[in-house]
Design a binder for this molecule. Sequence first.
Ligand SMILES: Nc1ncnc2c1ncn2[C@@H]1O[C@H](COP(=O)(O)OP(=O)(O)O)[C@@H](O)[C@H]1O
Ligand SMILES: [Mg+2]
Length: 316
Amino acid sequence: MSKEWLQVKDLRKHFETPKGDLRAVAGVSLKVEKGDSFGLVGESGCGKSTLIRTVLRLLEPTSGEILFDGKDIAKLGKTHIRRLRKKMGLVFQSPHSSLNPRMTVYDTLARPLLIHGITKNKRDTTIEIVKLLKLMGLQAEHMIRYPHELSGGQKQRIAIARALAVNPEIVFLDEPTSALDVSVQTKILKLLDFAKQEKQLTYFYISHDINLIRVVSNKMGVMYLGKIVEIGDTGTVMANPLHPYSVGLFEAVPDPDPDKKLPELILKGEVPSPVNAPSGCVFHPRCPFAWEKCEREEPKLLKQSDQREVACHKYS
Ligand SMILES: Nc1ncnc2c1ncn2[C@@H]1O[C@H](COP(=O)(O)OP(=O)(O)O)[C@@H](O)[C@H]1O
Ligand SMILES: [Mg+2]
């Protein structure tokens, strides 16, 4: 099997807005290997959710390729997309809005099992649901509950169980714990990690929270204004970020390791609008190192070592 199992190539998703062409995803390339826990970090509005929704074909790509298991998802017809959905799970940020308030936990979990023909009768469905609940640290008795009878953390565990019900190969997790208390977050991340080992899953996390990405991922990307500016091994990128934006972004967050010192770089200014984004390197108006080339020419993601690629003229 090829190592690059999910590969996105120059993917774009533009929205037509009254103000003009909004480039939410402006040419993203990345690779995920089977068994990875990939983490994409970036500030709110940089295009993370749009990227994964486009990869899942919940949104139509403007251009680019999405290769998964040797097929180009960007070109698949409706029937094939349905089959593909079974292999790709999605967990949203807010469990409050993603669960149907009128459905019991049983019905919520039975639905994907029956639709995808994983179970064929009530007995098997119930057995499977009990297994899923156990996997998420819940009990069989939670089956008869409605969402309003559950805590936020329990709801999110049900949403995760629902995504796992169809035995997906990869699960996309869109800020899966940001609506929850810190103690609940930790518990859910542990359960997710356990489920990953149990079911040999691949995860694709997206979050604005650097400390979350640090904990959950082995590979990571840093996204800014619709583009990946740095990508590589989480340990390498976190310990020694190269792109000036990564440096500024990580600096804004207290590191759990008090001895670690990052080079001093405070981000100046605001994130510009993705409508009429800056020319050349999209980060140049905020970058303390920018020179004339940065205004003119878009830097490509270039390999700096086996562990990392950076899109910055300082390193090209
Ligand atoms: N359906 C849409 N129509 C127009 N603009 C959108 C739509 N969805 C997202 N956007 C815009 O695309 C950009 C990226 O949004 P999003 O992917 O939600 O970012 P993130 O998940 O990183 O916070 C934002 O500027 C947002 O306003
Ligand atoms: Mg989002």
